[in-house]
Design a protein around this ligand. Sequence first.
Ligand code: FDA
Length: 385
Amino acid sequence: FSNVDLLIVGAGFYGATIAERVANELQKNVLLIDRRSHIGGNAYSEFDSETGIEVHRYGAHLFHTPNETVWTYLNRFTGFTDYKHRVYSTYRDQVYAMPINLGTISQFFNRRLSPAEARTLIADQAAEMAGRNPANLEEKAISLIGRPLYEAFIRGYTAKQWQTDPRDLPEHIITRLPVRYTYDNRYFNDKYEGLPVDGYAAIFERMLNHPKINIALGVDFFSLKSSLPPGLPIVYTGPIDRYFDYSEGELGWRTIDFEKETVNTGDFQGMAVMNYADETIPFTRILEFRHFNPERSYQTEKTVIVREYSRSAQRKDEPYYPIDTRQDKDVFLRYRVRAEAEVNVHFGGRLGTYRYLDMHQAIGAALKAFESRVVPHFTEGRILG
Ligand code: FDA
């Protein structure tokens, strides 16, 4: 470690952005480690050896952002396709456009509705909860979109996501359920959207291709923690509870089991993401990766699909979505106090801050932390925190 100026734990977007900035802007030596065998964190994708189709290893990753700074920054390392995400949902053998929009509502109630008529209909159906405070997720959802749409599109899907009856889930999990009174079924509203022209892994290779960045893969931080020189500045993007050896308790996460299958057909479902709203179907959705890149001339004999099964994570599982119960919030606050007292360690990223972050948010937060924490550390000798 003699010539390492900064150790970064985790080669996802947060760690990679800091590494790139430190090497290029400050000309400092970075050691970037990840316990996985690849860079890219959860955004990593690879080209399937059998079909050549790009498969996102940790679930579908759609890039979108309203943030000009992040968009400009990332465009230095990749071009983007003009892919615009759309999602459909299967319910009782019918296929509906998501998020719930005028097309979904008209199809579901089997009549043509004007925007005003649809608004009135949904408001009438939601009036069931008028004057009452929702006591659980089900009641909250009904207060927002009425019972029929809730029972079709939210109940089964949510029960599968959480493996819990929505009546036993707290109401604060949902604050809003998007309903559009237009036929717009673009999934994201952000100004910028697209997929990296030559895949996610290429972005990270370009970001990290610098003589001042050394990368060590397959290295767990906790196997070398005790041998680190005292005071070595660290950017830590692993789970915060693990850093403190779970001493304040374990934070709750949901994980996903991905079941990958290569199917002997050129097109399995006609689009990239199909949700399954029926509770009787055990998976939540099926991804078909070829549809993320219609501009590529993939072979037409085979296609790659992935079924997603959601459940709560055990310690050995990949943590994906913070459950964030009130108890989790308390536990996290205790870790945050301890993190602030940890000299020369900066906690960042989705695992280090126990927050769901989209990719653009992880990059945006890393760019800010670089300016507000890392630069003052190296130029003014301030403690990294
Ligand atoms: P990330 O998890 O990517 O990186 C952390 C790294 O730290 C990992 O590589 C891990 O191995 C490493 N690490 C942890 N502990 C370690 C240790 N002890 N030693 C060494 N290394 C260690 N976003 C979006 O914008 N659009 C989308 O469509 C999606 N889709 C999506 C689907 C699913 C299923 C998930 C879970 C997430 C998304 N995301 C997303 C979010 C996206 O994955 C997220 O924004 C980034 O991964 C955040 O980057 P980080 O660097 O914070 O974490």
